[in-house]
Design a protein. Sequence first.
Length: 366
Amino acid sequence: ALQAGIVGLPNVGKSTLFNAVSNSAKAQASNYRFCTIEPNVGLVDVPDTRISKLEELVKPNRTVPTTMEFVDIAGLVKGASKGEGLGNKFLANIREVDAIVHVIRCFEDDNILRDEGPINPVGDKDIIDTELQLKDLESVEKKVARTEKMARTGGDPKAKVEFEILKRCQEHLEKGKNIRELGLSKEERVAIADLFLLTEKPVLYVANVDEASLHTGNKFSKALEEAVKAENAQVIIMNNSIEAQITELEDPADKELFFAEYGLTEPGLNRLIRSAYKLLDLITYFTAGVQEVRAWTIHTGWKAPQAASVIHTDFEKGFIKAEVISYDDYVKYGSEAAARDNGRLRIEGKEYVVNDGDVMHFRFNV
Ligand code: GDP
């Protein structure tokens, strides 16, 4: 499953958020299926009202939502790139995730220790960014040293191109900037993919605000929003303590009261999960049968055979065709049969690019 890593300085509310994630994961596991996960990895359903709607229409034996994983990457401190406080171990953890959720403290509370002086969201972001940049610089410099000679002698034109990309990355990092802001083309990104650069990974920020600022944000979250504009990154305003409390409420009536008290319509966690899913450029298609209604995750732009491969690898090889009903048509006509009778079931071939919400049925050779 795709993973988002939760990072941030100590005492910003990372564990609180992670506990909320893993509590909600546990609650869901009892509804759907049981999952054994490592202590710092929580698996959550991706909230999607469409699957509930399909469940209502099809009344299947079971419903399986799509999931993603959050990894708690605690312990990043100033100096981590130099190995400070087990820094290398934590940085290695970040290398493995698909996206970064950067939690930033935007609440004041004198009882909660802070080594960096007054609350300073942009300064905090810079501390973490700098550590990740230094680590990336180390990787890039190593590769520069390796490719330099090959590029200079000119024997391998590919090496020359690669060398130029690496030099651009190096200069950019030396200026204190993240690789994701460099605007590399798809081809250029492929050329440096083997480095798994930390500052290239897509990021979103959680502004952990005080309760009073839950709906409005505060001066801290606003400063953060201003600072990340250049990165084109999303800032999610939430209160991690409230999120943790929500997941501890088991009784739906209690939950409703709690939501009403804070003027919430859904947990902030849902917003976070959906945003992370979008950040990863993921879409969902559905399979809908009486046995099972299920959501499947694929990347934007995938064609039908590749989309089928997430159900079973054999489906890709033996792919013949797909029967497709758009989600809206499915709901409009209320069933597969009715959609078919109204000419809304399409037969699509190998080149079909799957759309978000497609309800699919694959035909294949075994
Ligand atoms: P971590 O070190 O980033 O994992 O931080 P924790 O999640 O352990 O939180 C550190 C302390 O801050 C704990 O005592 C939390 O209860 C508290 N905390 C977390 N979120 C909030 C918040 O939104 N407001 C306030 N006032 N305290 C919070």
